[in-house]
Design a protein around this ligand. Structure first.
Ligand SMILES: O=C(O)CCC(=O)C(=O)O
Length: 303
Protein backbone atom coordinates (compact mmCIF):
# COMPACT_ATOMS: atom_id res chain seq x y z
CA UNK A 1 0.00 0.00 0.00
CA UNK A 2 1.12 3.61 -0.46
CA UNK A 3 2.95 4.93 2.53
CA UNK A 4 1.11 7.34 4.82
CA UNK A 5 3.12 10.33 6.01
CA UNK A 6 6.38 11.70 4.68
CA UNK A 7 8.32 8.45 5.23
CA UNK A 8 11.03 10.78 6.58
CA UNK A 9 13.28 10.16 9.58
CA UNK A 10 12.12 11.16 13.05
CA UNK A 11 13.19 10.77 16.65
CA UNK A 12 11.34 8.63 19.17
CA UNK A 13 11.80 9.20 22.90
CA UNK A 14 11.24 6.42 25.41
CA UNK A 15 10.36 7.51 28.96
CA UNK A 16 11.03 4.78 31.50
CA UNK A 17 9.58 6.48 34.58
CA UNK A 18 9.14 5.64 38.25
CA UNK A 19 5.53 4.90 39.22
CA UNK A 20 4.52 5.96 42.72
CA UNK A 21 1.50 5.18 44.88
CA UNK A 22 0.98 8.95 44.83
CA UNK A 23 -0.43 9.73 41.38
CA UNK A 24 0.85 13.30 41.52
CA UNK A 25 4.41 11.99 41.88
CA UNK A 26 4.00 9.58 38.94
CA UNK A 27 2.65 12.42 36.81
CA UNK A 28 5.50 14.72 37.82
CA UNK A 29 7.94 11.96 36.81
CA UNK A 30 6.24 11.63 33.43
CA UNK A 31 6.27 15.41 32.95
CA UNK A 32 9.99 15.68 33.67
CA UNK A 33 10.80 12.72 31.42
CA UNK A 34 8.80 14.02 28.47
CA UNK A 35 10.53 17.41 28.82
CA UNK A 36 13.90 15.63 28.85
CA UNK A 37 13.00 13.56 25.78
CA UNK A 38 11.97 16.71 23.90
CA UNK A 39 15.18 18.48 24.98
CA UNK A 40 17.06 15.52 23.49
CA UNK A 41 15.25 16.02 20.19
CA UNK A 42 12.33 13.56 20.40
CA UNK A 43 9.40 14.32 18.07
CA UNK A 44 7.27 11.43 19.28
CA UNK A 45 7.46 10.41 22.93
CA UNK A 46 6.28 7.13 24.46
CA UNK A 47 5.43 6.37 28.08
CA UNK A 48 5.10 2.98 29.80
CA UNK A 49 2.04 0.89 30.65
CA UNK A 50 0.13 2.22 33.69
CA UNK A 51 2.56 5.10 34.14
CA UNK A 52 0.31 6.76 36.75
CA UNK A 53 -1.02 3.65 38.54
CA UNK A 54 0.82 0.92 40.48
CA UNK A 55 0.51 -2.24 38.41
CA UNK A 56 -1.92 -4.46 40.32
CA UNK A 57 -5.55 -5.26 39.59
CA UNK A 58 -6.56 -3.97 43.06
CA UNK A 59 -5.50 -0.44 42.06
CA UNK A 60 -7.01 -0.15 38.60
CA UNK A 61 -10.42 1.19 39.71
CA UNK A 62 -8.96 3.42 42.41
CA UNK A 63 -6.52 5.08 40.00
CA UNK A 64 -8.85 4.89 37.01
CA UNK A 65 -9.94 7.95 35.05
CA UNK A 66 -12.52 8.79 32.43
CA UNK A 67 -10.76 9.13 29.10
CA UNK A 68 -12.18 11.09 26.17
CA UNK A 69 -12.82 9.57 22.78
CA UNK A 70 -10.63 10.80 19.92
CA UNK A 71 -11.83 14.28 19.00
CA UNK A 72 -13.65 14.79 22.33
CA UNK A 73 -12.63 17.37 24.95
CA UNK A 74 -10.98 15.97 28.09
CA UNK A 75 -12.84 15.80 31.38
CA UNK A 76 -11.10 18.19 33.80
CA UNK A 77 -11.34 15.52 36.52
CA UNK A 78 -8.83 13.31 34.66
CA UNK A 79 -5.40 14.53 35.76
CA UNK A 80 -3.39 12.09 33.65
CA UNK A 81 -5.27 13.09 30.49
CA UNK A 82 -4.89 16.78 31.30
CA UNK A 83 -1.16 16.29 31.74
CA UNK A 84 -0.84 14.45 28.41
CA UNK A 85 -2.70 17.24 26.61
CA UNK A 86 -0.67 19.97 28.32
CA UNK A 87 2.63 18.24 27.52
CA UNK A 88 1.76 17.66 23.86
CA UNK A 89 0.73 21.31 23.48
CA UNK A 90 3.61 22.80 25.45
CA UNK A 91 6.30 20.83 23.62
CA UNK A 92 4.45 20.52 20.29
CA UNK A 93 5.25 16.83 20.39
CA UNK A 94 3.36 13.67 19.49
CA UNK A 95 2.69 11.46 22.50
CA UNK A 96 1.89 7.79 22.83
CA UNK A 97 0.66 8.09 26.38
CA UNK A 98 1.63 4.71 27.82
CA UNK A 99 -1.53 3.35 29.36
CA UNK A 100 -4.06 4.36 31.99
CA UNK A 101 -6.87 2.50 33.71
CA UNK A 102 -9.95 3.78 31.90
CA UNK A 103 -13.33 3.86 33.66
CA UNK A 104 -16.35 3.64 31.39
CA UNK A 105 -19.91 2.51 32.13
CA UNK A 106 -18.93 0.23 35.02
CA UNK A 107 -16.06 -1.30 33.05
CA UNK A 108 -12.31 -0.79 33.33
CA UNK A 109 -9.97 -0.93 30.35
CA UNK A 110 -6.20 -0.70 30.05
CA UNK A 111 -6.02 2.15 27.56
CA UNK A 112 -3.42 4.07 25.60
CA UNK A 113 -4.17 7.57 24.31
CA UNK A 114 -2.31 8.97 21.32
CA UNK A 115 -2.02 12.75 21.01
CA UNK A 116 -0.81 14.87 18.14
CA UNK A 117 1.48 17.87 18.57
CA UNK A 118 -1.52 20.17 19.02
CA UNK A 119 -2.70 18.19 22.02
CA UNK A 120 -5.65 16.55 20.22
CA UNK A 121 -6.42 12.97 21.13
CA UNK A 122 -6.18 11.20 17.79
CA UNK A 123 -6.45 7.56 18.85
CA UNK A 124 -7.31 5.35 21.77
CA UNK A 125 -6.14 1.74 22.07
CA UNK A 126 -7.73 -0.54 24.65
CA UNK A 127 -5.55 -3.55 25.44
CA UNK A 128 -7.07 -6.36 23.43
CA UNK A 129 -5.32 -9.40 24.94
CA UNK A 130 -5.58 -9.40 28.70
CA UNK A 131 -2.61 -10.53 30.76
CA UNK A 132 -3.83 -13.72 32.39
CA UNK A 133 -0.96 -16.09 33.11
CA UNK A 134 -0.01 -18.56 35.80
CA UNK A 135 3.65 -19.56 35.56
CA UNK A 136 5.06 -22.00 38.13
CA UNK A 137 8.41 -21.30 39.80
CA UNK A 138 11.43 -23.28 38.66
CA UNK A 139 15.04 -23.21 39.79
CA UNK A 140 15.74 -20.44 37.33
CA UNK A 141 12.64 -18.26 37.51
CA UNK A 142 10.15 -17.03 40.10
CA UNK A 143 6.45 -17.85 39.83
CA UNK A 144 4.26 -15.27 38.12
CA UNK A 145 0.49 -15.16 38.33
CA UNK A 146 -1.59 -12.27 37.04
CA UNK A 147 -5.22 -12.10 36.03
CA UNK A 148 -6.15 -8.80 34.46
CA UNK A 149 -9.52 -10.22 33.43
CA UNK A 150 -10.58 -10.17 37.12
CA UNK A 151 -11.03 -6.42 36.67
CA UNK A 152 -10.36 -5.40 33.08
CA UNK A 153 -12.43 -5.77 29.94
CA UNK A 154 -10.64 -6.33 26.64
CA UNK A 155 -10.58 -3.79 23.84
CA UNK A 156 -12.24 -4.76 20.59
CA UNK A 157 -10.23 -2.86 18.02
CA UNK A 158 -6.90 -2.69 16.31
CA UNK A 159 -5.41 0.80 16.51
CA UNK A 160 -3.58 2.59 13.72
CA UNK A 161 -2.56 6.24 13.74
CA UNK A 162 -1.44 8.37 10.81
CA UNK A 163 1.41 10.62 11.87
CA UNK A 164 3.44 13.14 9.85
CA UNK A 165 6.06 10.43 9.29
CA UNK A 166 4.27 7.13 8.77
CA UNK A 167 1.39 5.00 9.97
CA UNK A 168 1.91 3.68 13.50
CA UNK A 169 0.22 0.66 15.10
CA UNK A 170 -0.40 0.58 18.85
CA UNK A 171 -0.72 -2.42 21.17
CA UNK A 172 -0.28 -2.75 24.94
CA UNK A 173 2.15 -5.18 26.59
CA UNK A 174 0.61 -8.69 26.34
CA UNK A 175 -0.69 -7.66 22.88
CA UNK A 176 2.93 -8.01 21.69
CA UNK A 177 2.71 -11.80 22.14
CA UNK A 178 0.23 -12.09 19.29
CA UNK A 179 2.03 -12.00 15.94
CA UNK A 180 -1.30 -11.86 14.12
CA UNK A 181 -2.01 -8.40 15.54
CA UNK A 182 1.40 -7.08 14.50
CA UNK A 183 1.03 -8.61 11.03
CA UNK A 184 -2.44 -7.12 10.64
CA UNK A 185 -1.15 -3.67 11.57
CA UNK A 186 1.71 -4.10 9.12
CA UNK A 187 -0.75 -5.23 6.41
CA UNK A 188 -2.64 -1.99 7.02
CA UNK A 189 0.54 -0.02 6.36
CA UNK A 190 2.13 0.45 9.81
CA UNK A 191 5.91 0.90 9.81
CA UNK A 192 6.31 1.50 13.53
CA UNK A 193 4.58 -0.65 16.15
CA UNK A 194 4.46 0.80 19.65
CA UNK A 195 3.74 -1.31 22.72
CA UNK A 196 3.73 0.42 26.09
CA UNK A 197 4.39 -2.50 28.45
CA UNK A 198 5.34 -3.58 31.95
CA UNK A 199 6.88 -7.03 31.75
CA UNK A 200 7.90 -8.73 34.98
CA UNK A 201 10.85 -10.55 36.52
CA UNK A 202 9.70 -13.96 35.23
CA UNK A 203 8.76 -13.39 31.61
CA UNK A 204 10.80 -10.20 31.14
CA UNK A 205 14.28 -11.73 31.10
CA UNK A 206 13.08 -14.65 28.98
CA UNK A 207 10.84 -12.96 26.45
CA UNK A 208 10.82 -9.14 26.37
CA UNK A 209 13.74 -8.56 24.03
CA UNK A 210 12.84 -11.69 22.06
CA UNK A 211 9.26 -10.51 21.49
CA UNK A 212 10.31 -7.01 20.45
CA UNK A 213 12.72 -8.48 17.92
CA UNK A 214 10.29 -11.20 16.85
CA UNK A 215 7.58 -8.67 16.00
CA UNK A 216 10.23 -6.59 14.20
CA UNK A 217 11.35 -9.51 12.06
CA UNK A 218 7.76 -10.69 11.38
CA UNK A 219 6.56 -7.28 10.32
CA UNK A 220 9.79 -5.70 9.07
CA UNK A 221 8.87 -2.66 11.13
CA UNK A 222 10.32 -0.67 13.99
CA UNK A 223 9.04 -2.08 17.27
CA UNK A 224 9.00 0.17 20.31
CA UNK A 225 8.48 -1.35 23.78
CA UNK A 226 8.32 1.14 26.66
CA UNK A 227 8.11 0.13 30.32
CA UNK A 228 8.00 1.87 33.68
CA UNK A 229 11.16 1.61 35.78
CA UNK A 230 11.41 -1.10 38.45
CA UNK A 231 9.95 -0.17 41.82
CA UNK A 232 12.34 -0.09 44.76
CA UNK A 233 9.57 -1.41 47.02
CA UNK A 234 9.63 -5.24 46.89
CA UNK A 235 5.90 -5.29 47.75
CA UNK A 236 5.11 -3.62 44.44
CA UNK A 237 4.89 -5.32 41.05
CA UNK A 238 8.46 -5.55 39.85
CA UNK A 239 8.56 -4.32 36.27
CA UNK A 240 11.39 -5.70 34.16
CA UNK A 241 12.04 -2.22 32.69
CA UNK A 242 14.34 -2.64 29.67
CA UNK A 243 12.46 -0.25 27.40
CA UNK A 244 13.74 -0.88 23.91
CA UNK A 245 13.47 -0.30 20.17
CA UNK A 246 14.22 -2.82 17.46
CA UNK A 247 14.63 -1.83 13.81
CA UNK A 248 13.02 -3.52 10.79
CA UNK A 249 16.09 -5.76 10.49
CA UNK A 250 15.33 -6.82 14.10
CA UNK A 251 18.49 -5.15 15.29
CA UNK A 252 18.32 -3.64 18.79
CA UNK A 253 18.68 0.14 18.52
CA UNK A 254 18.42 0.81 22.24
CA UNK A 255 17.76 -1.23 25.35
CA UNK A 256 17.53 0.30 28.83
CA UNK A 257 18.29 -1.38 32.15
CA UNK A 258 15.68 -1.20 34.93
CA UNK A 259 16.38 2.30 36.31
CA UNK A 260 14.39 5.39 35.27
CA UNK A 261 15.75 6.98 32.12
CA UNK A 262 15.01 8.72 28.84
CA UNK A 263 16.27 7.31 25.55
CA UNK A 264 15.98 8.97 22.15
CA UNK A 265 16.53 7.12 18.88
CA UNK A 266 16.19 8.24 15.28
CA UNK A 267 14.12 5.96 13.08
CA UNK A 268 13.72 5.96 9.31
CA UNK A 269 10.43 4.53 7.99
CA UNK A 270 11.91 4.23 4.49
CA UNK A 271 14.28 1.61 5.92
CA UNK A 272 11.20 -0.64 6.34
CA UNK A 273 10.60 -0.36 2.58
CA UNK A 274 14.19 -1.37 1.84
CA UNK A 275 14.07 -4.41 4.14
CA UNK A 276 10.60 -5.38 2.85
CA UNK A 277 11.86 -5.26 -0.73
CA UNK A 278 15.06 -7.17 0.00
CA UNK A 279 13.34 -9.94 1.98
CA UNK A 280 9.83 -9.80 0.46
CA UNK A 281 8.08 -12.22 2.81
CA UNK A 282 4.77 -10.37 2.72
CA UNK A 283 4.52 -11.11 -1.02
CA UNK A 284 5.64 -14.71 -0.58
CA UNK A 285 2.95 -15.78 1.85
CA UNK A 286 1.19 -19.07 1.28
CA UNK A 287 -2.19 -18.09 2.67
CA UNK A 288 -3.59 -21.19 0.96
CA UNK A 289 -1.62 -23.30 3.47
CA UNK A 290 -2.34 -21.60 6.76
CA UNK A 291 -5.19 -19.09 6.59
CA UNK A 292 -7.76 -21.91 6.93
CA UNK A 293 -6.20 -22.59 10.36
CA UNK A 294 -5.87 -18.95 11.47
CA UNK A 295 -8.89 -18.97 13.74
CA UNK A 296 -8.45 -22.51 15.07
CA UNK A 297 -7.61 -23.15 18.73
CA UNK A 298 -5.32 -26.05 19.72
CA UNK A 299 -7.09 -29.41 19.84
CA UNK A 300 -8.48 -29.93 23.33
CA UNK A 301 -6.48 -33.13 23.90
CA UNK A 302 -3.32 -31.00 23.74
CA UNK A 303 -4.36 -28.68 26.56
O1 LIG B 1 3.47 -11.13 28.37
C1 LIG B 1 4.07 -11.02 29.43
O2 LIG B 1 4.83 -11.87 29.83
C2 LIG B 1 3.89 -9.81 30.29
C3 LIG B 1 2.65 -9.06 29.95
C4 LIG B 1 2.33 -7.98 30.88
O3 LIG B 1 3.02 -7.71 31.84
C5 LIG B 1 1.14 -7.18 30.64
O4 LIG B 1 0.41 -7.44 29.69
O5 LIG B 1 0.93 -6.22 31.39
Amino acid sequence: MASVGSNGKFKIGLCQTDVSHDKKVSLANAKASVAEAVAKGAELVVLGEMFSCPYATKYFEQYGERLPLPGQAADESSPSVKLLIDMAKEHKVWLIGGSLPELVDGKVYNTCLVLNSEGDIVAKHRKAHLFDIDVAATETRPAMKFKESDILSPGEQMTLVDTPWCRIGVGICYDVRFPELGLAMRAEGAKVLVYPGAFNMTTGPAHYNLLTRARAVDTQSYVVSCSPARSKDPNDYQAWGHSQIAGPWADMLVEAEHEPGVFVVEVDPSECDRIRNQVPTSFQKRDDLYVPYASKRPRTEEL
